[in-house]
Design a protein around this ligand. Structure first.
Ligand code: PEP
Ligand code: MN
Length: 337
């Protein structure tokens, strides 16, 4: 339920309303626009307390949110959210390219890739230090050593860093090194993890589960937002279908669907979405044409020797060509890269 306060509301009245919301056992989410203050009353059956607030004469209007997700919905926030990753904006006019190896393998290769993706036009470096692998016998990542390598690559290149946290207990450690926390597809419904990153100071990149609906993705975003972390970027990374010619089916429908339902920025991962190196550039272009705010692309200087996801990793030269391609598409849409 959203309480829109009158233009001449006083700070004392705002505080009184917040106290009442909390006394009733709900969370109050305050949004201070250029002119108006709105208060979200968030919790189970909040709408049934509508009458309590009808008695407050500094409340202009009361709106019920029809969707099961509230803070993630366009009903709660009409304007697009712009998420800052240590000053770099996602969701604004400029389309952001996040690139790097699937996993951090060693400091030399990471630095080589970091420099190459920066030269190609990427602004955020991504690499996993904790890797969720289908097989327990596959490379699991370098852990904290990998995080240190990412931090070194940031100092050398100025790129921002995003990397995955796989469990609640890793969030504090990963937050110490990364500029943004990634929640992987397999953890999209790990609610303890979502609550933990919801309390972290860093922005979150939330990947859609491979069998999750858009509504479930938005419900997962709601977990993070409801803990107070407003900086959530959603990522479409392909879903399971009957099709076997690609690793997953990149659901480009999800971009305009999410944009209609939610104010959160959306980026697209054509690397996992296709699983096929040669399909990445064209699907990156398609994602931008469909309204994506950014791309997440796996890049390796020697993909045939990569410890994970080499088949879908593109060469830095291809990243450069891909960025040129998306720049042309972005300009048609009044955006930039
Ligand atoms: C990854 O980003 O390397 C990854 C494991 O992706 P996902 O969680 O989308 O499978
Ligand atoms: Mn990968």
């Amino acid at each position: 339920m959203i309480l829109t306060l009158k233009l001449d509301v006083t700070e004392k009245q705002i505080q009184e309303t917040i106290t009442k919301i909390e006394e009733l056992g709900f969370k109050a989410h305050t949004s201070r626009g250029a002119q108006r203050v709105t208060l979200g009353v968030i919790g189970q059956n909040a709408a049934s307390y509508r009458e309590v607030f009808e008695g407050y004469d500094w409340i202009e209007s009361i709106t019920l949110i029809s969707k099961p997700y509230k803070l993630a919905s366009r009903e709660w926030k009409k304007s697009d959210t712009v998420v800052s990753v240590d000053g770099l904006e996602i969701g604004a006019k400029r389309i952001v390219v996040v690139a790097g190896p699937c996993a951090v393998e060693n400091s030399e290769i990471l630095l080589q890739i970091a420099k190459a993706v920066k030269k190609a036009g990427a602004t955020i470096l991504r690499g996993g230090a904790f890797k969720p692998r289908t097989s327990p016998y596959s490379f699991q990542g370098l852990g904290e050593d990998g995080l240190k390598m990412l931090a070194d690559a940031r100092s050398e290149t100025g790129l921002k860093i995003v990397t995955e946290a796989m469990s609640p207990s890793q969030v504090e450690l990963v937050s110490r090194y990364a500029d943004m926390l990634q929640i992987g597809a397999r953890n999209m419904q790990n609610y303890d993890l979502l609550k933990e990153v919801g309390q972290a100071e860093k922005p979150v990149l939330l990947k859609r589960g491979m069998s999750a609906t858009v509504e479930e993705l938005l419900m997962s975003a709601e977990y993070i937002l409801s803990q107070g972390n407003k900086n959530v970027v959603l990522c479409e990374r392909g879903i399971r279908t009957f099709e076997t010619s690609t690793r997953f089916t990149l659901d480009l429908n999800a971009i305009p669907v999410i944009k209609r339902q939610s104010h959160l920025p959306v980026i697209v991962d054509p690397s996992h979405g296709t699983g096929v190196r040669s399909l990445v550039p064209v699907m990156a272009g398609a994602a931008v044409a469909a309204g994506a705010d950014g791309l997440l692309i796996e890049v390796h200087t020697e993909p045939n020797r990569a410890l994970s996801d080499g088949k879908q990793s593109i060469y830095p030269e291809t990243l450069k060509e891909t960025i040129e391609r998306i720049r042309a598409i972005a300009e048609c849409l009044g955006r930039e890269v």
